[in-house]
Design a protein around this ligand. Structure first.
Ligand code: UD1
Length: 420
């Protein structure tokens, strides 16, 4: 198993290229199930989750050819409609094949994803919406068995909660359904917006893109002609490197980034004392004097993302004063706190709220990554901790960050990947 050994640094400097967004790529890859043509997706990040989903499609019969940072997917030969446990257990987002497979073949089996480190993460809203679209759903021996022999029908879906992959699943199902589907309380994340835009370029009429009400005219079961496209930049990767700049009080420029997707993150960094120079596709964070404490509540886009919460907890350990960080989306997303405490952080947890009192001297030690974003929080802490930090179980990190240690090394961090 790999681990990262990181030394503290006085300062970082340079440019980091932001990769394509993992969370945009996953639904976009699943969307190719709806295509009658071969689709080339470029600006694809090289991360484990993408490989897992492509492996699932290959297992189902699709032809997948990798090029550097892009992939060609041909789902014409896809014939298998079962997503088995061995793949789904490694990546919950495998559930994204449910909507498109069901819409195309009229039946689909997906293993139930099971537990997750950051919380229960049920998929009841996906299933309820598909039932409203005429599917029969049964749970048998750990599998979701969905059937819609006559195809899915347009429906009026009102999500009880905003769900990102739930919205993506139903948008894909609705694209091939018969008639009109309205999704109310839809997720507005940029990753959902790109999915809708590509479907719209493929001839599916979608009104309300980027709003909480999507109206989709189904293609009546006919496969789509999907154009080649490039994945949007990863706003969470970008946010993480901005935190690396802030915590080390360095000047770092991010290239190939979409600044408007980072409004909430930039606003919180500004509250903490950061300043930026921003162009259409780059952000430079300037060296900070002192980090100020911050109050954060995680919410759905366009508010502050839960996927940046762990990194800001790490950052808050270096701010002068008391920061209050409330997690509203996932019930167990504070696993990084105990590892940061082992490094010397002063954090108290009360239910969904972390109170971080800084500034604390952090000490390098052995720490354990517990989920994807928790892992990057530990890397941020390691950049400023005295001595050496060994971050174990970085397979979590590899799920979603493309070449993290190489990108950080490129701006002067002392970080290397070693084998246990
Ligand atoms: C996606 C992102 C993940 C991010 C999360 C929230 C991907 C691949 N993953 O996850 O990185 O942290 O959005 O921004 O894009 N819920 C239900 N029932 C459901 C579905 C969701 O109760 O059927 C609840 C969840 O438990 C959670 C909330 O709704 O409390 C939001 O979850 P959701 O938006 O679905 O997260 P994911 O799509 O799994």
């Amino acid at each position: 198993m790999d681990y990262l050994k990181a030394q503290s640094v006085t300062t970082l400097q340079g440019t980091i290229n932001i990769s394509g967004a993992k969370n945009a790529s996953l639904p976009l890859i699943a969307m190719t199930i709806l295509a009658k043509n071969r689709v080339t997706i470029s600006n694809l990040p090289q991360v484990a989750d993408i490989k897992t989903l492509l492996k699932l499609l290959t297992n189902m019969g699709a032809e997948v050819s990798f090029l550097e940072h892009s992939v060609e997917v041909d789902t014409k030969p896809l014939h298998e409609t079962k997503a088995t446990y061995d793949i789904v257990k490694t990546m919950r987002a495998s559930i994204l094949v449910l909507g498109p497979i069901l819409a195309r073949f009229g039946h689909c089996e997906v293993s139930l994803p099971g537990g997750c480190a950051i919380g229960q993460r049920p998929i009841d809203l996906h299933l309820k919406a598909l039932e409203q679209m005429g599917a029969t759903i049964e749970i048998k021996a750990g599998y979701i068995e969905a059937r819609a022999a006559k195809g899915l029908q347009g429906a009026n879906i009102i999500f009880d909660k905003i769900t990102v992959t739930g919205t993506a699943n139903i948008v894909m199902a609705a694209a091939l359904a018969h008639g009109e589907t309205t999704i109310t309380n839809a997720a507005r994340e940029p990753e959902v917006v790109q999915l809708c835009e590509v479907l719209s370029e493929s001839g599916v009429e979608i009104d309300g893109i980027g709003t909480a009400v999507l109206v989709i005219q189904g293609n009546g079961g006919k496969l789509l002609n999907i154009p080649d496209f490039s994945v949007i930049p990863d706003r969470i990767e970008a946010g993480t490197y901005l935190c690396a700049g802030a915590i080390t009080k360095s000047e770092i420029t991010l290239k190939n980034v979409e600044p408007k997707h980072l409004d909430a993150v930039l606003a919180k960094l500004e509250e903490m004392g950061a300043t930026f120079s921003i162009t259409q596709d780059s952000i430079t964070i300037h060296p900070l004097q002192n980090l100020k404490p911050v109050k954060i509540i995680t919410q759905e886009y366009p508010a502050f993302p839960t996927d940046m919460q762990a990194q800001f907890v790490a950052l808050a350990t270096q701010a002068e004063g008391v920061s209050i960080i409330e997690e509203r989306l996932f019930e167990n997303r504070f696993m990084h706190v105990s590892e940061l405490q082992r490094m010397g952080a002063n954090i108290t947890l009360n239910g969904h709220t972390a109170t971080v009192t800084g500034k604390t001297e952090l000490s390098g030690t052995d720490v354990m990554a517990t989920d994807l974003r928790a892992s990057s929080a530990l890397v941020l802490a390691a950049l400023v901790a005295n001595g050496e930090t060994n971050i174990h179980r970085i397979y979590h990190l590899d799920r979603g960050y493309d070449s993290l240690e190489k990108k950080l090394e490129g701006v002067g961090a002392k970080i290397e990947r070693l084998q246990e």
